[in-house]
Design a protein around this ligand. Sequence first.
Ligand code: SAH
Length: 399
Amino acid sequence: MPNPTADSPNEAESSVKVSPKGSARLKAGHPWVYRSDITADNVPPGALVRVTDLHGKFLGTALYSSSSQIAIRMIADEPVKDLPALIARRIRSAIAYRKRFVADTDAYRVVFSEADFLPGLIVDRYNDVLSVQILTQAMDAEPVRGAAVEALVEEFKPSGIFERVDARIRELEQLPPRASGVIWGQKSSSVVSMNGIQFHHDGTEGQKTGSFLDQRENYAAAAQYAHGEALDVFCYQGGFALHMASKCSSVTGVDSSRPALEIADKNAALNGREVEWIEANAFDLLKDYASSGRHYDTIVLDPPAFAKTKRDLDKAMRGYKELNLRAMKMLRPGGILVTCSCSFHVSGADFVEVVSDAARDAHKSLRLIENRGQAKDHPILLNVPETSYLKCLMLFVSD
Ligand code: SAH
């Protein structure tokens, strides 16, 4: 296993040449070049590299990965002398962006990798605890880690910074194994607030870095339209369910994960709300409920990413169709359907199409109340389509 990055030089000493295809991609503003479009001789894993075209013309500075198919990720148009200092500056500007656009919460994404010009770094804030994920060789280098932690401590004065490790990603990046744990301070759990609702956060547990922060603004929007009897399918720790509870006569949350529902129940108690939690496979439950003639006024569908790769697209579309069809059949006239997809490979247009198909089969009409996406703390870079992944349609359903 290579020994990546630990002592990688600050100044770019290595260089990488990109093919005309790679150059065109960079000129279009995309920061990635694939391995098949570069030549790199003796470039150490995680190195800061000068990028040139085949004629030696300087194109910018990038972070190199010796193992990923994405061989380089651009970090600057200019030469970079001091990478840790650049990382610290970028973190500060990511924080400044959140100060302008994030409201009503102390839980939000502070750094979103490429979308904040910090490829391979994710930082989430959960009140006084920060959660960090490192996804590339270059970001794993000690000087870079150190600069990131220092900038975050200075800006937030947190009680703890927790590093959440994805063993599979470290293996893919050929990085030595590492355990999740507190990397600064002491604390790894806290209580956070989103739109006036409280949630327990435990950095050591759960999916993603603990919560689905990208849905935070959609929770508030869903609560505006929710009414009557509500069903939150794929509820996880109760994000949508708890936001809808004050507007609805009853709320039921469904998820297959018992640990998620246990936290959901604690979250309900924290907010003094009654929600019924059901541990079940959502596909089976919706089938049972639909055939036994159950009806609701509001249904939320927020399944996990069905299409993790392009190859899964057909299967994913069938999954979305089935869920949406059953939900529409269960909605009373005038009902609200909040339906989401977080699969990057399912485009916004694909998703609208599959939901429309389901409506046709269910003999329902849909009016689009809002066509939404990820919260503003998960910025979308227009020339980097991979930064846009969440779709959330809010629909008025009639016969
Ligand atoms: N709506 C949630 C996020 C949902 S993430 C929020 O806003 O926080 C997707 C959830 O689907 C996860 O909690 C996962 O446990 C659950 N899940 C995955 N497959 C499932 C299935 N077949 N049936 C029910 N739940 C499932």
